[in-house]
Design a protein around this ligand. Structure first.
Ligand SMILES: [Cu+2]
Length: 259
């Protein structure tokens, strides 16, 4: 049982003068309530979240299912970041556990400097180094095939080489497999974001500006993409596909979308 308030408590008069206070005052001079256990909905919801999270681990929109060298670099960095975050979390939990344990003499130097500063700094330095290393490697160095992505509320139009010259397609981007491709991204209204998790990182589509993002697919196939920046009512409908063709069939003679 948890004690909440009594008539002798300072400030209880204010509570009692309210409609709520007058009502609860009928039941005695003190109010008690039982310590609340988590409702069943919360417990079952937490249990349900586990398979849902595991289901999201893999799939066409999962960063953990890379299908190209750029996406592989990103998932490697993600794993390093998760490991660093886990190490820091364990450190904090260990400190909390020690704080609740038997009182003891703890040398300030060992705990404050050794663990509080040096351990954290070491982890953060490793994470910073990994981020700079991967960030540099996924930049669009050297020449690559260029395609264009044009965003608007709420659709994408892509331009890529065709057998008879440049071809525009709606919601489908055609690329060759096995070679780097630079996507030149822009928008005609608000800020959107181009993201194909299995092929690369994400890049904003900004009105009046052209951003470059390098992607690459290891092998022919179809990969899902989305707008990753909330852009209004039908943002969730701004999906598209990237079709990676066998290099022998590039540029494609027939393609889905608008010729
Ligand atoms: Cu959007």
């Amino acid at each position: 049982m948890k004690r909440v308030a009594c008539q002798s408590d300072p400030g209880f008069g204010i509570l009692q003068s309210s409609a709520f206070g007058q009502r609860v005052g009928q039941f005695g001079s003190c109010i008690h309530r039982r310590s609340a256990a988590p409702p069943s909905a919360v417990k079952y919801g937490a249990l349900l979240a586990v398979p849902l999270l595991l289901a999201a681990w893999q799939g066409p929109l999962s960063t953990f299912s890379p299908s190209g060298p750029v996406a592989q670099e990103i998932v490697w960095l993600l794993r390093v970041m998760l490991a660093g975050a886990a190490a820091l979390t364990l450190l904090v939990l260990a400190m909390v556990a020690i704080g609740f344990g038997r009182p003891r003499e703890i040398p300030d130097k060992r705990w404050t400097v050794g663990l509080g500063v040096m351990f954290s700094l070491t982890i953060l330095t490793v994470l910073l180094g990994a981020a700079l290393w991967v960030g540099e490697r996924i930049l669009p160095h050297g020449t690559a095939l260029e395609v264009r992505a044009h965003a608007r509320q709420w659709s994408w139009t892509f331009t890529h080489p065709g057998a008879g010259g440049p071809v525009n397609t709606d919601a489908v981007l055609h690329i060759p497999a096995g070679q780097p491709v630079d996507v030149l991204i822009t928008s005609e209204d608000v800020i959107h974001s181009f993201w194909v998790p299995q092929l690369g990182g994400k890049m904003d589509a900004i009105p009046g500006r052209q951003n470059r993002l390098r992607i690459e697919a290891h092998r022919p196939g179809t990969y899902d993409g989305v707008c990753a920046e909330f852009c209004g009512q039908d943002h969730a409908e701004m999906r598209f596909r990237v079709i990676a063709h066998d290099p022998a069939d590039w540029p494609p003679r027939a393609q889905e979308g608008r010729p």
